[in-house]
Design a protein around this ligand. Structure first.
Ligand SMILES: [Fe+2]
Length: 459
C-alpha cells in the first residue's frame, strides 16, 4: 500500500523567457537585483516537475502561489502546459495563486527595454487553473478563490488565497467565517486539517517582522492562534523565499505547525516532501540538483548561490565605488536617487566600513578587541553577513555556539545593541544579540529543513 504523502513546491515565478524575451540592459538590471533566477526559471521548474513525476510513491502536489514572475499571460500559458504534462504523469495538483500572478507590473525584457505585456484578470485565474485544484473542491469561497478538498480519506485541506480582491494580503471576515465553517464540518466528520496559503503566519526568523512586518499575512497575530484553536494542525506557506519550520502554541492548548518553503527558482531551489505517518507528518526538503542549463561547471547549489550573492555584493560594492550603478540597482528597492546624491560621501564611507571591516577591526571599534578570537580576527564582517543572509534563505544555521564566529560576534552584537536601539512593529524593545543569535544558530525546536511534526495528542 502507498504511504500517504504529498509535495509542496512554491514561488515558481515562472518567466516564459523564450516566448517573450530576456535581453537587454533592463533585463540585466532586473535579473541582477533579484534573488530568483529569472531566465533559468523554466528549466528549474521543469527539473523539479520531472523529479516529482518520476516519484511513483507520491501523487499529490501542493503549489502555494506566485506561479509566475509578474503575472505575464505567456508565463501562465506555459505553466498550464507544464502542469498538464505533470498531471498526465498521474499527479493530483492543487494550486493557489498570489500577488505575482495578477497584481504586479508584467513586463517583457528586450533590447528596447522593459515593455508591458498582457496579463490575465484575477477572476480568470480560477478558470485557467480549474483542473489543478478547484475541480476537486468540496467547498469554495468564490470571492477569495479559496477552496477545500478532501485529498486523502480523513483529511481536509484548505487552499486559502490570501491576496484578496480587497487589495490586502490576508483573510476577509467573510473568508474567516468560511474557514470556521470548514473547521466545524471537519470536526463533525472527524477529519484532520491542513491549510495552504501564500503569506507567512509565523516569521522565518526573528528579524523578519522587524523589517518586513508588511510581508507577513495581514492579521497573522490573531489568525495563527485562531487556526491552532480551530484544529488546523499544519499550514504550508511561501512568499518569504526562506526555509523555516516552527510552531505556535496557544493558551487554549492548540498547536499550529508552520512550514514555510523557499522559492523553487531561488537559492537553494528547495521543495518539500511530506509523509503522513501514524503519529505525525514527516517533512523532508529536496533540492533541484541539475537542470538543463549551462552552469559553467558549477553545481546547481553553487550556481544559484552565486546569482543570489551577486545581487548583495553588487549593492555593497556600488555603495562604495559607483553611485550611478547603485542608483540603477537601488531603483528595484525604492532607493531614492536624490538621497544618494545628497548623502554620497556618507554612503561611500558606509560602503568602505562594511566592505573593509574585519572582526578584529570591529572589536577595536567597539573597544572590546579581546573578545575576538584569533581564528576570526581577519574575517571580513561583510563575508559573515553574506553567510547569515544566505543561511536565512537555505534554512541552515552554520554558526553554532561552538564556532569562533558565534563566540566572537555575539558579545559585539550585544554592545552594538546598546548603541542602536531597535523596536518591533508595536514599539517593543528588540535586542540585537537575540536577532543575531537567531540568525547564527537554530534557537527553535524544529530544524528548518527536515522535521517530524507529531499530531496533537488530543485527537
Ligand atoms: Fe514569491
Amino acid at each position: 500500500m502507498k504511504e500517504l504523502s504529498f509535495y509542496q513546491i512554491t514561488d515558481l515565478h515562472l518567466y516564459a523567457a523564450e516566448r517573450i524575451g530576456s535581453h537587454g540592459r533592463a533585463y540585466d538590471l532586473k535579473a541582477q537585483s533579484d534573488q530568483k533566477c529569472m531566465k533559468e526559471s523554466v528549466a528549474i521548474v521543469k527539473a523539479a516537475f520531472d523529479a516529482m513525476a518520476a516519484d511513483k510513491d507520491t501523487d499529490v502536489i501542493l503549489i502555494s502561489g506566485d506561479l509566475t514572475f509578474d503575472g505575464e499571460k505567456a508565463s501562465h500559458d506555459l505553466l498550464v502546459e507544464m502542469l498538464t504534462e505533470l498531471k498526465r504523469s498521474g499527479k493530483r495538483i492543487f494550486v493557489t495563486t498570489a500577488t505575482h500572478d495578477y497584481r504586479m507590473n508584467a513586463r517583457c525584457y528586450t533590447e528596447t527595454g522593459a515593455i508591458p505585456v498582457e496579463k490575465y484578470p484575477r477572476e480568470q485565474l480560477r478558470e485557467i487553473y480549474a483542473e489543478f485544484g478547484w475541480n476537486e473542491a468540496v467547498a469554495e469561497h468564490p470571492a477569495s478563490m479559496s477552496y477545500a478538498v478532501k485529498i486523502f480519506p480523513g483529511w481536509r485541506f484548505l487552499l486559502l488565497n490570501d491576496d484578496g480582491p480587497e487589495g490586502f494580503c490576508g483573510y476577509s471576515d467573510d473568508l474567516l467565517n468560511w474557514i470556521k465553517a470548514q473547521a466545524a464540518e471537519a470536526g463533525r466528520d472527524g477529519e484532520r486539517m491542513v491549510a495552504v496559503t501564500h503569506h507567512p503566519m509565523l516569521p522565518p526568523a526573528k528579524i523578519y517582522p522587524i523589517f518586513s512586518h508588511g510581508q507577513m499575512l495581514c492579521g497573522f497575530e490573531t489568525t495563527a492562534p485562531m487556526f491552532a484553536d480551530l484544529g488546523i494542525e499544519y499550514i504550508f506557506t511561501g512568499h518569504t523565499h526562506m526555509q523555516s519550520i516552527s510552531h505556535l502554541d496557544t493558551v487554549r492548548g492548540g498547536r499550529l505547525y508552520h512550514i514555510n518553503t523557499g522559492a523553487i527558482t531561488g537559492y537553494p531551489a528547495p521543495y518539500r516532501k511530506m509523509t503522513i505517518k501514524p503519529d505525525g507528518i514527516d517533512v523532508k526538503t529536496l533540492n533541484v540538483t541539475s537542470f538543463d542549463w549551462d552552469l559553467g561547471g558549477l553545481s546547481v547549489d553553487a550556481y544559484m548561490k552565486e546569482h543570489f550573492l551577486l545581487m548583495l555584493r553588487t549593492i555593497f560594492d556600488t555603495m562604495e565605488h559607483d553611485h550611478a550603478a547603485f542608483k540603477e540597482i537601488g531603483a528595484a528597492f525604492a532607493v531614492n536617487e536624490k538621497a544618494v546624491d545628497l548623502f554620497g560621501p556618507l554612503l561611500t564611507l558606509f560602503g568602505k566600513i562594511v566592505n573593509g571591516l574585519t572582526f578584529g577591526g570591529l572589536g577595536k571599534l567597539l573597544l572590546m578587541p579581546h573578545t575576538v578570537l584569533p581564528a576570526v580576527k581577519n574575517k571580513k564582517v561583510r563575508d559573515f553577513l553574506l553567510d547569515l543572509i544566505s543561511d536565512l534563505y537555505s534554512g541552515i544555521r552554520r554558526y553554532t555556539p561552538d564556532t569562533p564566529e558565534y563566540q566572537s560576534f555575539l558579545p559585539m552584537a550585544k554592545r552594538l545593541g546598546k548603541l542602536v536601539r531597535l523596536s518591533d512593529y508595536y514599539g517593543n524593545r528588540v535586542y540585537l544579540e537575540d536577532l543575531f543569535e537567531d540568525l547564527m544558530t537554530n534557537v527553535k525546536e524544529e530544524d528548518n529543513t527536515n522535521a517530524f511534526l507529531p499530531f496533537e495528542s488530543k485527537k
